[in-house]
Design a protein around this ligand. Sequence first.
Ligand SMILES: NC(=O)c1ccc[n+]([C@@H]2O[C@H](COP(=O)([O-])OP(=O)(O)OC[C@H]3O[C@@H](n4cnc5c(N)ncnc54)[C@H](O)[C@@H]3O)[C@@H](O)[C@H]2O)c1
Ligand SMILES: O=P(O)(O)OC[C@H](O)CO
Length: 325
Amino acid sequence: MNVAVLGAGGWGTALAVLLARSGHRVALWSRRCELAEALLATRENAAYLPGVRLPEGVRPVCTAERAVEGAAFVLVAVPAKGVRAVLAGMPPVGAYVSAVKGVRFAEGRLLRISQIMRRAAPGARVAVLSGPNLALEVARGLPAAAVVASEDADLAAQVQRALGGPTFRVYTSPDVAGVELGGALKNVMALAAGMADGLELGDNAKAALLTRGLREMVRFGTAHGGAVETFYGLSGLGDLMATAMSPLSRNRSAGERFARGATLADLETGRQVVEGVHTTAALHEWAARSGEELPITEAVWRVVYRGDDPRRVLEELMRREPKPE
Ligand SMILES: NC(=O)c1ccc[n+]([C@@H]2O[C@H](COP(=O)([O-])OP(=O)(O)OC[C@H]3O[C@@H](n4cnc5c(N)ncnc54)[C@H](O)[C@@H]3O)[C@@H](O)[C@H]2O)c1
Ligand SMILES: O=P(O)(O)OC[C@H](O)CO
């Protein structure tokens, strides 16, 4: 099968490697031609996935037409803020699969990536992929599982077959909103968990924060169209565990750095996207407009965007009005 992957960062490259190991022909698109050329020459994406060799089935390209030509589906793995512009530059595509874990706030609305895809390509079929999938572990062939959700059961099954293999188990789901929101919201909670790590608050505090964080994800996610059980599955609880615990997670590590005094400006010098920072801003804007209560997200926003002292912010969370669990 021919598949295209848009975005040659950590996750796009890992997905291309996974697909090629299963025998598929993969066009790996980077908007930067110098990166595509370097990948072609070295067969390694050293900046993102050191030590992982690109199988022969991966063809790095930097022209949109060459990337998507003949593709059974097109996986999108660029940061959320780049999706709209990237899709605007693509020729007609039959099916998009979002591997992006973020949301955007635009025109007074909170938009999931699949909704941006539908607007950009009204005729395309759409699916979303999420789960506890740290790119480096997946690319190194360590076992992992994910869920692909679509209203189009045939597309979900096609993506499941294409990506699934001996080291990657893929489940399907009809719950697009739940799977997308689980993947996006857990990044905010991973930032909070990283802050708890940076402040050395201990494992009790981190467990309490994550449990309440999961509750916040469920409350928000079900109010926005997701099914409650989805948030207890791979794209919710599963990904929350991986992201909030792993030293590989950029969101968790960024939280730790904030707790140790780093600012947003320090973070922006980094090469890789910290998607939770942008999701926090989008959720904050949405909450300000809708009045929806998101206490942990608001606490993260205050540290990241207002520079408030993380220890004080977390103490204030502890002093909220007592209530039943
Ligand atoms: N890295 C992981 O472990 C992982 C796993 C699952 C999902 N994701 C999600 O996948 C998405 C991409 O993450 P990543 O880890 O590959 O990011 P990354 O920072 O490693 O790479 C992003 C790639 O997109 C390119 N890019 C950056 N801004 C762009 C823009 N505005 N338009 C087009 N291209 C742009 C970069 O040059 C880079 O090649 C994020 O939403 C992330 O949450 C990441
Ligand atoms: O490195 P992070 O924090 O962007 O997280 C990567 C993945 O989303 C984990 O599933």
